[in-house]
Design a binder for this molecule. Structure first.
Ligand code: FAD
Ligand code: DHB
Length: 406
């Protein structure tokens, strides 16, 4: 089999890339190791920043998001039992975020690809990459006498943090930058109306807590926990008691309800540089991971593939490899700003094991500053709603729209 772009992974990065390429008339094949059902039911991110929302809308995959997504123009930071609103609309000139589950984004993109005759193959095992430094890289998959080969012009490694693409790059090519955190998040999905109209990020002496939501009847909440926390030690009662404590405010309690999903997530900062080797381009979690406190992971994955599709679009339209050669550099500028922001939100809001008096006082001063200085609040707001898309990418999209108005 032959295609222009072989894409490994049908998460947000792989599917969005395939969609953006299709809009430019470029063919791709997506290979995903899990079943369609598994990928569409995996509970993960919930916050889409302004760039992701705009891209979904302008490329024709935003109809359900517009109908079902919850648009928010602020968040609350809660500490010392009182809440402080960061007003995104006011601070960023009208921008906001949309609460819309990652698995819904994945469903919308999968449906769009399949409706357009796109090739997305699920439950594909034994994927391996070959000849990455040649003009004809290949993907082999499906072992045990049933092996197939996909010949490509380029390969996009969109297979997440535990995929095989990054590790197919020879030793010594990549430089890895990373940081571990001494805690994790215990996340739940509960059949209970959200106890607040907006997200609440709570700093508490017992540890961080986050109130989020999925719909007017579904709450999504997180608690800082040990990184090796055993979820079986957390009964529903224990989870609600801890959430009530950490998210407490004067005369206000959380509305509780049956917990329908729970799990523990580790926290990590990670960047692999460069995000390219030969004709393999890494995008999304396969190249970088952020701790979830800044809600940036999915949004960064989408921003990467926006650059990659523009670069591939230029290549096929005019033979120009300039943007492809700059892919890693352009993406990493945004990636490192998201790293900084996610690290900063994490270190401001969590309890660290060595939280001596000095660190606690410093965190409280930081929170006091962010919620009382317009300049400080603006830096939080503009990062949370998403920094502007790189001008190189905007320029390509403008040129492309002029060539083929949709
Ligand atoms: P993935 O979604 O991981 O997709 C990779 C795909 O590749 C998967 O479907 C996988 O099955 C497949 N794959 C892996 N290996 C292979 C292989 N060998 N062969 C074929 N296929 C393979 N981000 C936000 O922006 N906002 C948030 O609010 C947010 N909250 C989060 C909350 C939690 C609890 C967690 C865990 C994450 C959160 N994130 C958030 C991060 C976000 O979920 C990820 O950054 C996002 O999924 C990255 O997308 P991706 O397409 O790069 O990778
Ligand atoms: C959600 C996840 C996050 O990581 C975050 O910072 C905010 C909200 C969520 O799942 O809703």
């Amino acid at each position: 089999m032959r295609t222009q772009i072989g894409i490994v992974g049908a998460g947000p990065a792989g599917l969005m890339l395939s969609h953006l390429l299709h809009l430019q008339g470029i063919e791709s094949v997506v290979l995903e190791k899990h079943s369609r059902r598994y990928v569409e039911e995996r509970v993960r991110a919930g916050v889409l920043d302004q760039g992701t929302v705009d891209l979904m809308l302008t490329t024709g995959v935003g109809r359900r998001m517009k109908e079902l997504g919850l648009v928010h123009y602020g968040i609350e930071l809660r500490f010392l039992n009182s809440g402080h609103r960061i007003d995104f609309k006011d601070l960023t000139g009208g921008l906001g975020i949309t609460i819309y589950a990652q698995q819904e984004v994945v469903k919308d993109l999968t449906n769009a690809r399949l409706a357009a005759g796109g090739q997305v193959f699920f439950e594909v095992g034994d994927v391996s990459l070959h000849d990455l430094d040649s003009q004809r890289p290949k993907i082999r998959y499906g072992g045990d006498g049933d092996a197939s080969e996909l010949q490509c012009d380029f390969i996009a490694g969109c297979d997440g943090s535990h995929g095989i693409c990054r590790s197919s790059i020879p030793n010594g090519v990549l430089t890895i930058f990373e940081r571990d955190y001494p805690f994790g998040w215990l996340g739940i999905l509960a059949e209970a109306p959200p106890s607040s109209d907006e997200l609440i990020y709570a700093y508490h002496e017992r540890g961080f807590a986050l109130l989020s939501m999925r719909s007017p009847t579904l709450s999504r909440l997180y608690l800082q926990c040990r990184r090796d926390e055993d979820i079986n030690e957390w009964s529903d009662d224990k989870i609600w008691t801890e959430l009530q404590r950490r998210l407490a405010a004067k005369k206000r309690t959380l509305v509780e309800g049956p917990i329908i999903q729970k799990g523990v997530t580790g926290m990590r900062s990670f960047v692999a540089e460069p995000m390219q080797y030969g004709r393999l381009f890494l995008a999304g979690d396969s190249a970088h991971i952020v701790p979830p406190t800044g809600a940036k992971g999915l949004n960064l994955a989408v921003a990467d593939v926006r650059v990659l599709s523009a670069a591939l679009g230029d290549f096929y339209a005019s033979g120009d490899s300039d943007l492809l050669n700059k892919y890693s550099e352009v993406c990493l500028r945004r990636v490192w700003k998201a790293q900084r922001f996610s690290w900063w939100m994490t270190s401001m809001l969590h309890r660290f094991d060595d939280n001596g008096t000095y660190d606690r006082r410093r965190q409280l001063a930081e929170l006091d500053y962010v919620t009382s200085s317009r300049a400080a609040a603006t830096t939080l707001a503009e990062n949370y709603v998403g920094l502007p898309i790189d001008p190189i990418c905007v320029e390509h999209e403008r040129k492309y729209q002029e060539r083929s108005p949709r």
